[in-house]
Structures are given as C-alpha cells and as structure tokens.
Design a protein around this ligand. Structure first.
Ligand SMILES: [Fe+2]
Length: 310
C-alpha cells in the first residue's frame, strides 16, 4: 500500500456548511445469529428490543425512544450508520450539497418508535465505499445522559469505519456533508472527524478492505465507571480485548470488548471538547506509532495496526 496515496491533503470545511450540532444516532449491523446478538446486547449493554424489522432483524434501544441498534440477519458486516442533525437547516444543506456533488439522495423511510417527538424526517446517502448513511431530524431517547455504571452506557458516541481508500471517504464527509477534521495520523491512515462539540463523532481508518465497521463506541460518565464496567464484564464472562487506556487523538479513556459477531465495542469517557466559536483550530498530525492510539504504554489489540507495527 502506498501511504502517500492515502495522505490527507484536504482543506477542511472548504466547501461544506459546517455541522456543529450533529451527533451519532444509530447503527445497523448484519449478524449471523440475530438471537444470540440480541441476547448479548440486552445482557451486557442493557439494550431493550423495540420491535422486529421487516427483514427478520430486531431493533434495539434504551426503552421508549429512538433506537440505537438494528441487528439484521446476514454475514457479519456494517449495514448502515446514522446521524441526528440538530443544526438549523442542516438536513436541507446536506441534501443540497450531496445533489450538487452528484450523489444520489433518497428519503429516509423508516417507522421509528419515537415518542414524544414523532417520526423524524431524513435522507439516505451512500458513501464512496457503498455504505448507506442516514441523516435525520431530532429524536427523543429515553434515559440518555443518565449514568448507570455497569448496566447501561450513557449514549452511543461514535462510529469508526474501515476502508481501503481513505481520502475519498474523508472528502465526502468533510467537503460535502460538513464534518471537520479534528486529528489525523501523519501517514494518512486514520482520521478523526467532528460534527458537534466532541472531538470525534466519526472516524475513518485504513484497514485494507472497504465498507466495514472498525469499531463503535458508547459513552461512560467518568473514569470510576471503568472499574464498574470491567468488573461487570468479567462477571458476564465477556473478555476485555484492549485497555483500559487513553487515546492520543481525542484524549479519551477507552476499554474494548467484542460482541458475538466479532464487532469491536468501545466504552469511552472524557473525550476532548471543541468550542469552535471561540478559537481557530489546526488539526494535529499524530505520529503513526502505537503510543499515539494508546498513550499508556502503547499496547495494541490484535486487530489494530499502526505503520510502526506493519
Ligand atoms: Fe473509538
């Protein structure tokens, strides 16, 4: 692989309306055994089944309110991922920029369990890797921002997608959708993007295959919660796969474990915040060494590579 080919040279926000109040909404995963994945997410993360999908999958969330996770029958993979757009005229701007850039746009047609705000409106675009990405209007989620350490995280926080061609994907989300670059590895293999105050709501990493989920992340309130969660995971016979540690980009605490389909789940806290109204920020370029993605000693999981370890 040529790292030079994947080096990011984009002028961030050059063409897009900048998103400042857009957060992660939901994710759809294809899994080979829906009942076992459903049982795992109920047992480990406290998600509640909200209904059966037309294709035989199951929709899960935290009680009444918008869903977090769709589990869809199929070979293990990423079916779609979504964002909640609270920026004024944000959805209209995204639609206009997608069409102006020659992308096709479809209306989001889903029946959401979404008391009391009603079903959101939205659109579906397709990333350069061919993955559907949803953008929709504000929704209600029950219990979000209420910590219950060891039993349920606060909220779904970010999605990290894997690709073998990073630059078109970063360009799509920055120059067309309206994300901003917060950080990147200097070899262009990893890029972290923001769309609200959090350092990243989306990240993109080169994993030598396209259209895949690298990992996704749920928020915890604080460091003390990591002790409760690691003890709880041990009680549930779920192996911690990486961490606890602290990332360089984002400065967030992390611990990782896997779901039954092999998806990597991150629990995270203390993510760096950006207040773009007050400062001008130049994205940093972190060295592609293990200690950048794990400040505490540089240990890596078996599935994470940096240029230094390739
Ligand atoms: Fe992450």
């Amino acid at each position: 692989m040529s790292t030079a080919k994947n080096r990011i040279t984009l002028a961030e926000g050059a063409a897009a309306g900048i998103l400042r109040q857009t957060s992660v909404s939901h994710i759809g995963l294809t899994v080979p055994d829906v009942p076992s994945s459903e049982a795992f997410y109920a047992r480990v993360l406290g998600l509640v089944s909200q209904g059966v999908l037309p294709d035989g999958g199951v929709r899960m969330g935290w009680g009444v309110g918008h869903h977090v996770l769709d589990l869809i029958p199929g070979e293990s993979g990423l079916a779609h991922f979504g964002f909640e757009v609270r920026d004024e005229d944000g959805l209209r701007g995204i639609r206009e920029r997608l069409l102006a850039a020659g992308h096709s746009v479809a209306d989001l047609e889903e029946s959401f369990i979404d008391y009391p705000l009603g079903a959101p409106s939205g659109l579906v675009a397709v990333t350069p890797d061919g993955t559907p990405v949803h953008f929709h209007s504000p929704v209600y989620r029950q219990g979000e921002n209420a910590a219950d350490p060891g039993r349920r995280p606060i909220k779904f926080q970010h999605t990290t997608i894997g690709t073998n061609d990073l630059e078109p994907l970063v360009d799509f989300f920055v120059s067309t959708i309206g994300f901003r670059i917060s950080d990147q590895l200097a070899d262009g293999r990893f890029c972290w993007l923001r769309s609200d105050h959090d350092h990243h709501t989306l990240a993109i990493v080169n994993v030598n295959t396209r259209g895949v989920l690298d990992h996704y992340s749920y928020d915890l309130a604080e460091w003390e919660d990591f002790k409760s969660w690691c003890d709880r995971l041990t009680e549930l016979d779920v192996q911690v796969q990486w961490g606890p540690g602290r990332h360089g980009p984002g400065n967030n605490l992390f611990v990782f474990f896997d779901d039954p389909a092999g998806n990597h789940i991150e629990l995270s806290a203390e993510m760096e915040k950006f207040y773009d109204d007050h400062v001008t920020y130049v994205p940093r370029r972190w060295q592609p060494v293990p200690s950048s993605v794990n400040l505490w000693g540089g240990q890596l999981p078996r599935w994470r590579k940096t240029s230094e370890t390739i």
